[in-house]
Design a protein around this ligand. Structure first.
Ligand code: CTP
Length: 401
């Protein structure tokens, strides 16, 4: 089982079955997953944070503030996770989750999470059969969560019945199968993604550039790679770093370099996404020495850079080709034109007029325009926008092949 790159968040509540989480954590780590653990205050009485942090190789949190005064952001931890597991989930934690109570870090993190949630309840047999518990489990299923049912057997009370937390192997298999089934969507598909700005040299120390951070392209690369794609990410100058077994990052500086690298990979690609903010023009000559400020007016002669995306459209064989359009006026009309002129399958329109969208921001508001439809999305984080874009691409791949 390989869970490389997968991020698993485990919330442990205060039941005797908590001791079984040690072996579950070890199995996830052995499968190369990253594991973050949060304990409810009562769970701390059943398990040792030291053991769990040693096994998970990460600090274990239980309070909003650590002893050194550091705030443990439940939002950051929640958004980090690919999957959230509550195990063991006591009747008390279950009821609080259903009702949105958040009087501890674990519950606040649960409420902030957007990833799939798995729940492994554990309690005595009569508690498990109580109508309120059954109703609570039912409600969580309606929220879209997955219940890993409690098993039948000997309970901590000495009674025998249903209520034992599912065995760690069962939980491990359930989550692994889920993550791997999500993985195969783009299995064996080759993605080529351009990202970031380009810098066009004026002289040895100056350039023409733009404010693109590369965040959108990097988020697309990560999401595609998490779904099993082999990604070549060709990025202009960006401070972002990414390490993923499915991603090869190629750094370039100018549009010409980006163009050359793109066409080393384009023919083999199944999907190409041009999210880079390529400079349209570059200085005709690059001064060999630093330009001195001798004159009152300095004129730079600029020449057009190759349009990388347009060239990809012209050389298209079987690729699904996705472009971006950044417009400030007649947005949809201009994007439609680019879709046709550049021979694209889809164009992602972002408008600089939208508050929260655009360069250097963590959020984006997009429309995805294809030959047959236009879908308007609300303002979202760039990683969520990446999910929307890749969902559309997945649909396109399914329809075409
Ligand atoms: N693009 C490209 N190579 C260029 C310019 C743009 O590959 N030299 C790609 C971008 O990555 C983006 C799309 O083309 O996917 C549209 O970029 P945009 O700047 O919105 O449009 P342009 O085609 O440059 O047209 P204009 O600046 O006139 O709006």
């Amino acid at each position: 089982m390989n869970l490389t790159g997968k991020k698993i968040l485990i919330l442990i509540s205060g039941g005797i079955a908590a001791y079984k989480i040690n072996s579950l954590v070890r199995d996830f780590v052995k499968a190369n997953a990253e594991v973050q653990i949060i304990l409810t205050p009562s769970a701390e009485r059943f398990v040792s944070p030291l053991t769990l942090s040693t096994l998970s190789k990460k600090p274990v949190y239980s309070q909003f503030f650590s002893d050194n005064g550091q705030w443990n952001s439940h939002v950051d931890i929640a958004l980090w996770a690919d999957v959230l597991l509550v195990a063991p989930c006591t009747a008390n934690t279950l009821a609080k989750m259903v009702n949105g109570l958040c009087d501890n870090l674990a519950l606040a993190t649960y409420l902030s999470a957007k990833c799939p949630v798995f729940i492994a309840p554990a309690m005595d047999l009569d508690m498990y059969q109580h109508p309120s518990t059954l109703q609570n489990l039912n409600k969580l299923e309606k929220y879209g969560h997955f219940i890993i049912p409690a098993e039948h057997g000997e309970l901590a009370s000495g009674l025998i019945g249903q209520g034992r937390m599912a065995e760690p192997e069962t939980i491990f298999k359930t989550i692994t199968c889920f993550l791997n089934s999500k993985n195969i969507e783009f299995d064996n598909k080759k993605f080529l993604i351009t990202a970031g700005p380009t810098y066009e040299a004026i002289d040895p120390v100056r350039f023409i550039g733009n404010h693109s951070s590369g965040k959108m392209g990097f988020a697309l690369a990560e999401e595609a790679a998490n779904r099993g794609a082999k990604v070549t990410l060709i990025s202009g100058p960006s401070s972002l770093q990414i390490e993923h077994p499915n991603i090869e990052v190629i750094r370039v500086t100018s549009a010409k370099e980006m163009y050359e690298k793109v066409f080393c990979y384009y023919d083999q690609a199944d999907v190409a996404i041009a999210s880079a903010a390529v400079a349209d023009y570059a200085p005709k000559e690059i001064a060999k020495e630093k330009i001195k400020k001798n004159d009152e007016v300095l004129t730079l002669e600029l020449v057009k850079n190759p349009d990388i995306l347009k060239n990809m459209g012209q050389r298209k064989n079987n690729q699904i080709l996705v472009g971006f359009a950044l417009e400030t006026q007649n947005e949809e009309e201009n994007a439609q034109k680019k879709l046709v002129q550049k021979n694209l399958d889809m164009i992602v329109l972002n408008s600089l007029r939208e508050p929260g969208a655009g360069f250097q921001k963590d959020t984006n508001r997009i429309k995805i325009i294809s030959r047959t439809e236009t879908i308007d999305f609300p303002l979202k984080s760039k990683s969520e926008v990446a999910i929307d874009i890749l969902n559309c691409i997945a649909q396109h791949l399914n329809n075409n092949h």
